[in-house]
Design a protein around this ligand. Structure first.
Ligand SMILES: [Zn+2]
Ligand SMILES: [Zn+2]
Length: 358
């Protein structure tokens, strides 16, 4: 039916326990073929997968449970390489997004609403995104690869957009990088060490890098790593090109310096007038000031640039609830309900799970 079904992706894997450690020495066989992923004995239809997340070689899958005891099941596996984990995720995302879109279209047609069906393909990962009931907008958000892309044919392509996404630590739109946190816990575990990876923007890493340096000074082995991380987190502005000053703006926003943040963001928006991400940051800055109405307005403006921008939607949804704006809330929910089967309800939770399981 599609080219994913022609070549099954075969791989070896380890099951991981909830601490992120392999449950046995034995490697198991896995296979992904078109509409089904098979992990040892378990056959999981990709359409039942609501979320998947990759951290290095580790791969977490959240699927709707087959039995009624639990709503969701989380499967945690480790693949032989990061590359394989990433390509498996990508292939599965493409397959399930296409299946959902097809199913959604069928449902609309059965209701006589076939003409309202709208889909778009993510220019980064080519996943299919359902946009029925969403107004046309110059940008497109992909919840499979977290990218925000300008798709308006009248706008110049912005290559720097590729690296920008919402930081897991501070929730600002920025350029998160992978940092290695490397601690020696010589008091807790003699000669033992713990190393984990996380995606954070450089300003968010600063506190962590200092903590790491102080922790490691007690045990000289870890110092070079800590110093390198510290240099990296301070090393100039990580975001360049038309988005130069984004980190400065974000730091100011988080410190409650709204005027300062506004100035940084205004400079960026002069170069890139369409950016749901930057406008979302502005909303976060206003929110940090406690001005809920103004923050809600700003998130609405961000959604005009990208009607399916989930980070702005989640904030706006929460704010409308707090403000008791029931009418607006219903309207917003209706617009977003077309794609309910594809809006992942708990991505944050799963990400945290994976972080802990390093
Ligand atoms: Zn994508
Ligand atoms: Zn951050």
């Amino acid at each position: 039916m599609n080219d994913h079904s022609q070549q099954p992706l075969q791989f070896k894997f380890h099951w991981l326990n909830d601490k992120g450690h392999p449950t046995s020495m034995m490697r198991k066989k896995g296979r992904f073929e078109g509409e089904t992923i098979t992990l040892e004995e378990a056959e999981i239809p990709v359409a039942a997968i609501v979320n998947s997340s990759v951290r290095e070689k580790k791969f977490a899958i959240v699927a709707i449970a087959a039995d009624e005891q639990e709503e969701y099941v989380t499967l945690l596996i480790q693949l032989p390489s990061k590359k394989l984990a990433e390509s498996l995720k990508k292939e599965m995302d493409l397959a399930r997004s296409a299946l959902w879109a097809k199913q959604h279209q069928k449902e609309l047609e059965e209701k006589g609403l076939g003409h309202t069906f709208r889909q778009e393909q993510c220019p980064r990962c080519t996943a299919t995104l359902i946009l029925s009931d969403m107004p046309q907008s110059p940008q497109l958000y992909c919840h499979f690869c977290d990218s925000l892309s300008t798709i308006d044919p009248n706008s110049d392509p912005i290559p720097q957009e590729r690296d920008l996404r919402v930081c897991e630590e501070c929730s600002m739109y920025t350029r998160p990088q992978k940092f290695t946190i490397f601690y020696f816990y010589f008091l807790l575990v003699i000669y033992g060490f713990s190393s984990s990876s996380t995606w954070r923007c450089p300003p968010c890493m600063r506190g962590e890098a200092w903590k790491m340096l102080f922790g490691n000074l007690l045990f000289v082995l870890g110092v070079p790593t800590a110093i390198w991380q510290l240099v990296r987190s301070y090393g100039g502005s990580s975001v360049g090109g038309p988005f130069k000053g984004l980190d400065t703006g974000n730091i100011k926003a988080r410190k409650g310096d709204l005027a300062g943040a506004l100035e940084s963001y205004r400079n960026i928006l002069e170069n890139v007038p369409i950016s749901a991400g930057v406008k979302y940051n502005l909303g976060m800055a206003v929110l940090a000031q406690g001005n809920l109405e103004k923050a809600a307005e700003t998130f609405e403006i961000a959604l005009q640039d990208c009607s399916n921008y989930v980070p702005a939607y989640s904030q706006l949804h929460h704010l409308l609830q707090q403000l008791g704006e029931t009418e607006k809330l219903t309207e917003l929910e209706q617009m977003w309900s077309s794609g309910t089967e594809q809006t992942e309800s708990e991505p944050e939770e799963i990400q945290t799970d994976l972080d802990e399981q390093q």
